[in-house]
Write a protein that binds this ligand. Structure first.
Ligand code: GDP
Ligand code: MN
Length: 394
């Protein structure tokens, strides 16, 4: 789960990581009030969306004039921001962060994530802040430092020294070295205690008055640990999530929307991945990843159908079920009932294998529904791809 910058900064503040003084604002009236209360030489008005690249897209406004703050708020609220991370559709701005501006001397980069190679929480730091870290890593890999933390002993002072000296902080600005050590320790504590998956501060700035401040903040959490952190779960913003993925979550379905036109309903994540591969091999593209789980029932199949049909790009449905725990004749009943209930007009290919597959196929064939039945995965994939491309030409 991702959270907004203003929420990340609230967490930083709780953990003693310095952030600019700021507040979440939802309208011009509140902006005016807060600007008066903040009373600072420079105001920064920032669009809150779950995507980076806001600065370049016009989502970060800076002014020295208090009177201008409500106008900037009006300009941003309701606007659709298109950044390199939002995709062409962009994201609608509904919330702002209005904070005091900082005089920037240097911009650094700092993040903490789990490195898949070592399996350890790892700090990534660079003196090249304010830009895309992927670009820095591509063009000047020597400017990206990595420091893995042994989770058995936690953050140690030598980890801090490696990073500080690696960045050249003692020569860059000796006054921030101690605060930097403290910040690393605090971020590590936040990361571990809240089961974060990523903390990223870009830019981490050294101000003209030698303060070290997190000017931006991105934090995401491990969904499987959210039950332990109700206060974090409250940060969830459904506006930032794909509506069909929210719906799928309610039915315990694992659904990820993709860009193709063949809707897939599969039991088991591995089989779902294989199904997507085989659709591509047959010359088309999957519209989604959908794992209905090992214990698929009539209800889950019906919910799956409804979700697939909400995607207007879906031109056909491919159901691929292996009857291991679940029995195929039960799935067949589920498909028949759900198809009647939902009213499916698109081509459907069902491939059943495993326990009671024969019985399941017979039920489907005799159901009177326009459902193609298959036993072989490759044959089934070619069938659905052919049916969908035929429809397109007609
Ligand atoms: P992002 O573009 O979505 O990553 O948003 P950021 O929070 O990183 O803001 C983009 C840029 O705006 C930063 O890299 C800074 O250069 C600039 N910026 C943000 N806050 C301030 C501030 O308080 N003072 C100044 N001078 N620049 C700021
Ligand atoms: Mn940033």
């Amino acid at each position: 789960m991702n959270i907004h910058e203003f929420q990340a900064k609230q967490l930083f503040a709780q953990y003693g990581v310095p952030v600019p003084k700021g507040k979440e604002i939802k309208n011009a009236r509140a902006a005016e009030k807060w600007a008066a209360a903040l009373d600072t030489p420079v105001y920064v008005v920032k669009a809150q969306i779950h995507a980076g690249g806001r600065g370049k897209a016009g989502g970060v406004k800076i002014t020295k004039n208090k009177e201008e703050v409500p106008g900037l708020a009006t300009e941003l609220i309701g606007k659709t921001l298109v950044t390199h991370q939002t995709g062409p559709k962009g994201r609608k701005v509904r919330r702002l962060l209005i904070e005091e501006g900082a005089g920037i001397d240097k911009e650094l980069y700092l993040s903490l994530l789990v490195d898949r190679d070592t399996g350890r929480p790892t700090f990534i730091a660079s003196t090249e802040g304010g830009m895309e870290i992927e670009e820095v890593a591509e063009n000047t890999p020597e400017k990206v430092l990595k420091e893995a933390i042994d989770p058995a002993v936690g953050f140690q002072s030598h980890n801090g020294r490696n990073l500080a000296f690696g960045l050249g902080l003692p020569t860059l600005e000796p006054a921030v070295v101690k605060p930097f050590f403290q910040m690393l320790e605090n971020l590590y504590r936040l990361f571990m205690e809240k089961n974060a998956a990523l903390i990223e501060i870009n830019p981490l700035v050294i101000t003209t008055d030698k303060q070290l401040i997190a000017l931006d903040g991105k934090v995401s959490f491990d969904d499987n640990a959210l039950y332990k952190h109700p206060a974090i779960f409250k940060f969830r913003d459904l506006h930032e999530e794909e509506p069909m993925e929210i719906e799928a979550g309610k039915h315990n379905l694992n659904y990820v929307k993709l860009d193709g036109n063949i809707g897939c309903m599969v039991n088991g994540a591995g089989l779902a991945m294989a199904t997507m591969d085989v659709i591509k091999l047959a010359g088309s593209e999957p519209a989604n990843f959908l794992d209905v789980g090992g214990g698929a029932t009539k209800e889950t199949v019906a919910a799956g159908f409804r979700i697939l049909l909400k995607d207007k790009k879906v031109k056909g449905i491919f159901i691929n079920i292996f009857g291991g725990i679940v029995r195929c004749e039960r799935i067949a009943h589920g498909v028949i009932d759900a198809a009647k209930e939902v009213g499916i007009k698109l081509p459907v290919v069902v491939r059943l294998q495993g326990t009671n597959a024969e019985e399941g196929r017979k039920l489907l064939a005799e159901s009177g529904l326009k459902v193609e039945v298959a036993t072989d995965l490759w044959e089934a994939a070619q069938k659905i791809v052919a049916l969908c491309s035929k429809k397109k030409k007609a």
